[in-house]
Design a protein around this ligand. Sequence first.
Ligand SMILES: NC(=O)c1ccc[n+]([C@@H]2O[C@H](COP(=O)([O-])OP(=O)(O)OC[C@H]3O[C@@H](n4cnc5c(N)ncnc54)[C@H](OP(=O)(O)O)[C@@H]3O)[C@@H](O)[C@H]2O)c1
Length: 247
Amino acid sequence: MDFNNKHVIITGGSQGIGFATAKAFIQHGATVLITGRNAESLRKAADEINSSNLQTLVADTSNMAGIMALEKVVAQSGKSVDVLYLNAAIGVYTPIQYVTEADFDAQFNTNVKGHFFTLQKLIPHLADGASVIFTSSGVVSAAGTASSVYSATKAALNKIADIAVNELAERKIRVNIVSPGPIQTPGLLSLATAETQAYLATRSALQRLGDAEEVANTVLFLASADASYVNGANIAVDGGSIQYMLK
Ligand SMILES: NC(=O)c1ccc[n+]([C@@H]2O[C@H](COP(=O)([O-])OP(=O)(O)OC[C@H]3O[C@@H](n4cnc5c(N)ncnc54)[C@H](OP(=O)(O)O)[C@@H]3O)[C@@H](O)[C@H]2O)c1
């Protein structure tokens, strides 16, 4: 895959799936801008990638100020965006009975509002024929306890993506979704105990957690010319999800 002269934006790129994807795009010749809230994490990511093709920006996607800061940098660059990867998210796992308004709002603001308005503000900067990719999650087709708000944010995102497919088609912009299963990232490791991780591995037909690079490879495919007729797809990267195990 050749991404030379392609300009990629990744929200939530300082660690985990976003970071692995930034690294992979740079290895394939792209210039990449990654965002995150924490300047120190972005600096570490930049040190590790160590490429003049990488730019970082502190921008909180959960509020309009952060989104407009990203829009400003993109506008000032004078470059149109070939790949927009909307990836930043947070997850707070709590049974419905105990969810706070603050946790509800934080997840919807980051995982739904943030992506919606980032897409909206960057539409004028997208190249005709660009690729937009959303990170959703396999949780949408499951019903795991304590995941009601997080799962609802991802279901909402899927619907926004569905509609963007049709609204952007006139400009030949493709919109696709990648839905990871349990992937070993700092985000997952901070949420799940070793016991939970081992349990999550048993829910995959391949009986293991995935790596961030395995999601990145799928994102690169979706963004590439090889996927030129792939539009409106939702690709699971979960090793094959087991819903029921009858013995
Ligand atoms: N790992 C999994 O098992 C899994 C499974 C299904 C779906 N996913 C989805 O995959 C995506 C990436 O997950 P991950 O596991 O790689 O997460 P992660 O390790 O927690 O990394 C999340 C990234 O997003 C950034 N971020 C969080 N909130 C932000 C905000 N408001 N504004 C800007 N950046 C923000 C974080 O940086 P800062 O903290 O510095 O802002 C970080 O760079 C998410 O959409 C997640 O829902 C993950």
